[in-house]
Design a protein around this ligand. Structure first.
Ligand SMILES: *[C@@H]1O[C@H](CO)[C@@H](O)[C@H](O)[C@H]1NC(C)=O
Ligand SMILES: *[C@@H]1O[C@H](CO)[C@@H](O)[C@H](O)[C@H]1NC(C)=O
Length: 262
């Protein structure tokens, strides 16, 4: 009997996941909240629901709801509690509860288990930085948007929500993310300006090593897709920036090779 119920719930979940990809985020949220209630004695299914609720709430920029879902996963799930702790921390901080967020960032350190896992490494590096700098609500919402950007979920945010975000600090990363937001809003001119600023921000590039190459790539994509808005000068400066980065990568590789020689 129990096995049949499990099986039915599983089929129901598959159906939910498939049908949710056809509907809006808010409708997916309702479905997964209902499923969470139904699966009161099925841990694994609850966790799938909580994961979806957490992500959909993050996409809706509903930080309170997102942090509640990730907080439960952080304590209950066996899959990367370190990553769930990071998600909990940034969402909790974005609600304005900075003390709670700092405590969770300390947990990230304790829950770090898999040394070769990129996601756990990312979580630990980020939470170390967030703990040490003067934490603010804005910095936490910036970290949430960074996650949405890196996981390619930014285009799923509603434009109304994205338009409310304009006050984020932390220069290079901020410009990259503002560029990505402008791109989602199909505001090409602004996107080009922001990506350009991020691509040429040497200081920001030092602390966030992925920001410059990502910005150059984004800049190149936007420029290629909009030949009418891009003047020759902009394309040239985009190429020059890419070129400079290329030279830097090569010289870094060369010096690494030289250092590695016996
Ligand atoms: C966040 O989600 C909860 C539950 O769906 C809802 O009650 C609340 O109004 C939402 N908050 C915002 C700011 O959208
Ligand atoms: C999210 O956006 C992508 C790209 O625009 C789209 O293919 C996908 O269906 C969207 N997902 C949801 C749940 O809205």
């Amino acid at each position: 009997m129990l096995r049949l119920k499990r099986c039915l719930l599983f089929i129901f979940m598959l159906f939910l996941i498939i049908s949710s990809s056809q509907c809006q985020i808010s409708c997916a949220l309702t479905s997964f909240s209902n499923a969470l209630d139904l699966a009161s004695d099925q841990r694994e299914i609850q966790h799938v629901c909580l994961y979806e609720i957490g992500w959909c709430s993050m996409i809706e920029l509903n930080y309170t709801e997102a942090y509640r879902a990730f907080e439960r996963l952080k304590t209950e799930s066996r899959w990367s509690q370190c990553y769930y702790a990071y998600l909990t921390g940034v969402c909790q901080g974005a609600t304005g509860d900075l003390e709670g967020a700092v405590a969770v960032f300390k947990d990230v350190q304790k829950l770090f288990k898999r040394k070769n896992n990129q996601i756990e490494l990312f979580s630990i590096k980020r939470s170390e930085k967030l703990r040490s700098s003067s934490l603010s609500k804005e910095l936490c919402s910036l970290a949430v948007i960074e996650i949405l950007y890196l996981w390619k979920a930014l285009p799923n945010c509603s434009t109304a929500k994205l338009q409310m975000i304009d006050d984020v600090s932390c220069l290079g990363l901020k410009n990259l993310l503002l560029g990505a937001i402008s791109k989602c809003l199909q505001n090409t001119k602004e996107a080009i300006q922001y990506f350009h600023l991020a691509a040429t921000d040497e200081v920001g590039g030092l602390s966030n090593s992925y920001v410059q190459p990502y910005s150059c790539y984004e800049l190149a994509c936007v420029l290629l897709n909009s030949p009418e808005t891009a003047g020759k000068g902009q394309i040239f400066s985009g190429i020059l920036t890419l070129n400079r980065l290329h030279v830097r990568i090569h010289s870094a590789l060369a010096s690494m090779r030289a250092a590695a020689q016996p």
